[in-house]
Design a protein around this ligand. Structure first.
Ligand SMILES: COc1cc(-c2ccc3ncc(-c4cccc([C@@H](O)NCCN(C)C)c4)n3n2)ccc1O
Length: 263
């Protein structure tokens, strides 16, 4: 069992405003007392009774910590420290002070295709790094794609929220029905074995929304959305989903000629 720092997190960090919350608990801005540096604290209530709906299993926290400790990349949020006291674990993470990607785009009058390409390139670079470590995110969606800061004219993309992430081991079969209906792949809905390719389905949905402003499978209810995803009312020329690495080599993202660059 992983051992986290038993000290009281408030001895080292001043707890600030709530940045976001979910079934997992809360993300709050925290200020390091020794340096004045601001970080993001993910406050997780640990489930004490297995059948309880409140809180998260300690095993899932250990899995996320192990995955975050493996991932060091400019487009993936970094983990600094982990504290545990009583029934709470606190992940101290690099603060991402920009907006969620889609909120940033919503505030602009329009998004240039060159800007969309740059955003997709950075998302794919972070995801390609994860996949090179046999780690799948399994919850890729606009809310989990953030911008590094509010002021830079060319902000960096940061992938966050690794609560559903999974590291595949040789020969292992992994199934999960978790995720967000608009973005999950058919194999998730059909309880089939998953892989990093399931993230590439989500990338396809995100790219579609980024370029069209429309969500391809969204229905009136989550049930309708899931039915739309598995109805397969679409045709692809390519039979197999591209990997993140293959996407980065696609002419839309990596121009082949100066003429393409000029466009
Ligand atoms: C929510 O889980 C994570 C959040 C983060 C994280 C790291 C740095 C950071 N800076 C700002 C934020 C932030 C800001 C607003 C909302 C959230 C989060 O609560 N919501 C993200 C959406 N997700 C829960 C669907 C997080 N974060 N979130 C990292 C790993 C996680 O598993």
């Amino acid at each position: 069992m992983a051992v986290f720092k038993p000290e009281n997190v408030e001895d080292f960090f001043e707890i600030g405003e709530v940045l976001g919350s979910g079934h997992f608990g809360q993300v709050r801005q925290v200020r390091e007392r020794a340096t004045g540096t601001c970080w993001a604290g993910k406050f997780l209530k640990i489930r004490k009774i297995a059948c309880s709906r409140l809180g998260v299993d300690r095993s899932s926290v250990e899995r996320e910590v192990e995955i975050l400790q493996t991932l060091r990349h400019p487009n993936i949020v970094t983990l600094k420290d982990v504290f545990e006291s009583r029934a709470e674990v606190v992940l101290i993470l690099e603060l991402v002070s920009g907006a969620e990607l889609f909120d940033f785009i919503a505030e602009k009058d329009n998004l240039l295709e060159s800007e969309a390409i740059e955003f997709m390139k950075q998302i794919l670079e972070g995801l390609g790094f994860m996949h090179s470590k046999n780690i799948a995110h399994f919850d890729l969606k606009p809310e989990n794609i953030m911008l590094s800061d509010k002021v830079s004219p060319n902000p960096n993309i940061k992938l966050i929220d690794f609560g559903l992430a999974h590291c595949f081991h040789q020969g292992e079969e992994y199934r999960s029905s978790s995720g967000t209906p608009q973005y999950i792949a058919p194999e998730v809905i059909n309880s089939e074995p998953l892989s990093t390719a399931s993230d590439m389905w989500s990338i396809g949905v995100i790219t579609y929304i980024l370029l069209s402003g429309l969500s391809p499978f969204q229905g009136e209810t989550d049930e309708d959305t899931l039915k739309n995803v598995i109805a397969m009312k679409y045709e692809f020329f390519e039979r197999d989903r591209m990997t993140a690495e293959e996407c980065l080599l696609h002419p839309w993202i990596k121009p082949i000629t100066r003429k393409q660059v000029a466009n």
